[in-house]
Design a protein around this ligand. Structure first.
Ligand SMILES: [Zn+2]
Length: 468
């Protein structure tokens, strides 16, 4: 008999393994941060002695989702930035907020984003923090990720130009300085939180990086093993700006600088030519698909079905709450599938199983974490969530994958386990006081909006009464 910490029995286990097996009366055993066994309830009953046993009573159990692109601090501007194109939105909403935010606010607002990720089944998050020159802000976001209990990668952005595009001085540094800070963060935080956290590199956008900056990021990635992520061709403006600077479009320029590679996660990729796609295939780049953000900013429909058909790794993402108004990965699953159907006028181009694959295995492959997360198998990290479908929105249930993608919402997520630790049970966080966090974050966001001047975006709308 094998001794384990936790045994969950009588679950409908959606393994997301290579055969996409679904175990009807399934069970999962957890020992430390790892999955010890996955099988039928009868098999695991015979095999394991558990410190704690949970009867799932037929609820569905899924591997944790991966949200491979967000800006956690942006819950600060939830509800402030609708109805603007991205270039106007960054100037009016996110840049003033990033310039004014303090460490305490960054912590609280990032923590809110983390909690919503967990509530929607996302157990791994890749954060893309702005390139602010105050180290305390970076550490505040990292601390929020650690305290939330989720698994994550914190990426340190390099922005070494873009003054003429309105990028504030506090968000621009020499590439060497930003990369030195990234290395320091890696030395300090890689493996923190019992191995839950690691550090990566990010490049803001093509119009805020120099060619030496691109080359320096690639060198640093090669030397440290950190991955690189970057907003790429979210709108046609990227190509316009790249043509003006270098006389070539964004992706050909990235290829020429040597920055593309299997460790490069390109975010958005809405406006893609055939040449762009071919370069991504040649360099085996991974893609982060942000359907809700792309709709919110009116950016367009990323050709994800085409990119996936060419063999590229695809992960799903919410983007920051500034261009989404939430961090709901269940909503993202649904919109991710539906938006492709609209774009191609083909209802069969993305099946529910495909959307779930992107949010689990695809995201894990994109982040280079496929040996750890993205499916349920012995030896992998114990990251999963339990879904009770018995709400009017999700009932009746026939196929658990279809239910998760199209009918489930946050109230259906009852239990969340990350790294073997039960973070939420019966819909309640066990490790922190959620009500207090939300109230503190509300107060912080209102103070911040006043200082940042974003409060005036509400002038012609109703304003929420401040909390005392
Ligand atoms: Zn983004």
């Amino acid at each position: 008999m094998q001794k384990v910490d936790l045994l969950i029995r009588h679950a409908l286990v959606v393994t997301q393994d290579d055969q996409r097996r679904i175990l009807e009366d399934g069970a999962i055993a957890v020992e430390g941060p790892h999955i010890a066994a996955v099988g039928s309830t009868a098999e695991l009953d015979a095999q394991c002695i558990a410190d704690r046993t949970v009867d799932a009573n037929g609820r569905a159990l899924f591997p944790g989702l991966l949200n491979i692109h967000t800006h956690l601090f942006q819950s600060a501007v939830k509800g402030l930035g609708e109805d603007m194109p991205v270039e106007q939105w960054v100037q009016a909403v996110t840049f003033p907020t990033a310039r004014a935010i303090n460490a305490e606010e960054a912590y609280l607002l990032s923590l809110v984003s983390c909690l919503e990720n967990l509530r929607s089944g996302a157990t791994t998050v890749m954060d893309f923090m702005y390139s602010l020159d105050n180290p305390a802000l970076h550490e505040a976001v990292i601390q929020a990720m650690l305290d939330s209990g989720l698994r994550g990668r914190y990426t340190r952005t390099v922005v070494d130009s873009g003054e003429e595009m309105g990028i504030p001085g506090v968000m621009r540094q020499r590439a060497e300085d930003a990369l030195a800070h990234a290395r320091a963060l890696q030395a300090r935080f890689h493996g923190a939180g019992d191995g839950r956290l690691d550090i990566g590199l990010a490049i803001g956008v093509i119009w805020a990086i120099t060619e030496p900056g691109l080359r320096a990021v690639r060198r640093c990635a090669d030397e440290t093993g950190m991955t690189i992520t970057m907003h790429v061709n979210e709108t046609p403006f990227d190509n316009v700006a790249a043509q003006q600077r270098w006389g070539r479009a964004t992706i050909p320029m990235l290829a020429e600088s040597g920055v593309l590679g299997p460790d490069f996660i390109a975010v958005h990729c809405v406006h893609m030519t055939e040449e762009d796609v071919a370069l991504f295939v040649r360099h085996n780049v991974a893609v982060a698909y942000n359907p809700v953000s792309n709709m919110y900013l009116g950016s367009g429909i990323a050709p994800i079905v085409q990119l996936a058909g060419r063999g590229l790794r695809i992960g799903l993402a919410t983007d920051g709450s500034g261009s989404n108004n939430c961090q709901d990965m269940l909503e993202t699953l649904k919109f991710g599938a539906l938006l492709q159907k609209v774009g191609r006028q083909d209802p069969s181009c993305v099946l529910a199983q495909q959307a779930l694959d992107w949010a689990t295995r695809g995201g894990a492959e994109a982040m280079g974490l496929a040996d750890q997360v993205g499916s349920l198998a012995p030896g992998k990290k114990a990251d999963f969530f339990l879904v009770n479908p018995f709400t009017p929105k999700a009932t009746p249930v026939h196929d658990p994958v279809t239910t998760l993608v199209y009918s489930a919402g946050q109230p259906n997520v009852e239990m969340v386990v990350v790294n073997g630790r039960v973070l939420m049970e019966n819909g309640v966080f066990t490790h922190l006081d959620e009500t207090k966090v939300l109230r503190d974050a509300q107060r912080a966001a209102q103070h911040l909006a006043r200082r940042a001047g974003t409060e005036r975006l509400l002038e012609r709308r109703g304003k929420w009464r401040p909390l005392e």
